[in-house]
Design a protein around this ligand. Structure first.
Ligand code: AVI
Length: 344
């Protein structure tokens, strides 16, 4: 583990005592992950069908486009989950009591505030551990939270989920609650999901909690517009991945020669998002020493977004030792929030 830094700044008088920023991505982990990244991109682009991992959406532009997606009228996910959290946050705080809240992929921590407010109103002590790969977002959102919550302690970890979950020390308050909201579980395939759940169970002690927000299976008339919005923001988000790859690997993808494609695969119960080539083309990524041929109409899979069934996901969680204690949904059953407890 690398050195931890105490943040400086004057957002709040006692900020130094309440904010700790720790960089877990040191030179060794970064160079190991750079090697894996390169081989993942090469194997994705040379296999048939072609694919690129969804994490390449999230450079600075991609993260901003994603924030815009969350506000789109067609993208019901964010506002539905927010409304559910507003309903259930008090119950969650009552169930867990004083607690260390660990958030995976905390980003701007907007929805987290709903939980923080609930703990605050019940006068329950709370520590917040935020985990994100972007140091900039972590620091700015942590400082904003500290300014609004005068008794909050924040420990920000610049890290991948995997690494942070492995390195978490025992909770600093009687309980730990790991939050994975925003339906990001849907972006993992079933095998990745299993691995993820086992990382969660290892990071919890018996009796501690896991909060999960998931999008639910529903009519494609609602699902498909959410990923094909009328303003073209999702299309720009998808195409931006090529920009990111160009910058990262010195490539020459021509964004005007691809189009966004997203549809609901009813059998797999997942949105599939692709970039479709508008003509036969050759693309080179110099930093990967890679040249690929892409046929006209050939597609590159960029994301799956799985839509869950509440009964099946509860069985899966239970099988992993994470007992669902309480499940909240909206009136239309579009989205689900589950509070689970580690059994043994
Ligand atoms: C981050 N994730 C939950 C989003 C989703 O809905 O699967 C990513 C996204 N892709 C297109 N629109 C939003």
């Amino acid at each position: 583990m690398s050195m931890s830094n105490t943040a400086s700044g004057n957002t709040s008088p006692n900020l130094e005592n309440r904010l700790q920023i720790e960089q877990l991505l040191n030179a060794a982990t970064l160079s190991a992950s750079a090697l894996t990244e390169k081989s993942d991109v090469i194997s994705g682009l040379t296999q048939k069908p072609k694919s690129v991992q969804a994490r390449y959406f999230y450079d600075d532009d991609g993260s901003q486009l994603f924030e815009q997606i969350c506000d789109l009228p067609e993208y019901y996910l964010t506002r539905t989950e927010t409304a559910i959290l507003q309903e259930c946050a008090k119950s969650i705080a009552q169930i867990t009591g004083a607690c260390e809240l660990v958030e995976l992929g905390s980003g701007s921590s907007t929805k987290t505030r709903i939980l923080l407010d609930a703990y605050n109103q019940l006068n329950l002590p709370l520590h917040y551990v935020s985990i994100d790969v972007s140091a900039g977002i972590l620091e700015s959102s942590a400082k904003a939270l500290l300014a609004n919550y005068p008794s909050l302690q924040v420990h920000a970890l610049v890290s991948t989920y995997e690494l942070a979950l492995k390195q978490l020390k025992p909770a600093s308050l009687p309980n730990r609650l790991i939050c994975f909201i925003g339906s990001s579980l849907g972006n993992l395939n079933p095998q990745e999901c299993q691995v993820f759940f086992s990382q969660i169970t290892k990071a919890l002690q018996k009796g501690e909690y896991f909060l999960l927000g998931i999008d639910l299976h529903k009519s494609k008339d609602i699902l498909e517009p959410a990923y094909n919005d009328s303003q073209g923001v999702t299309a720009a988000f998808n195409l931006n991945m090529l920009n990111h790859l160009n910058q990262r690997f010195d490539g020459n993808f021509d964004l005007t020669q691809f189009e966004h494609l997203a549809f609901y695969n009813e059998t797999e119960r997942q949105i599939e998002m692709y970039l479709r080539s508008l003509r036969a083309q050759t693309v080179t990524l110099n930093a990967l020493d890679l040249t690929i041929e892409i046929a006209s109409d050939e597609t590159i899979l960029t994301e799956i977004s799985r839509k869950f069934d509440l009964n099946s996901i509860q069985q899966e969680l239970q099988a992993q030792g994470l007992k669902p204690m309480q499940v909240w949904t909206d009136a239309n059953q579009h989205f689900g929030v589950l509070l689970c407890r580690l059994l043994n």
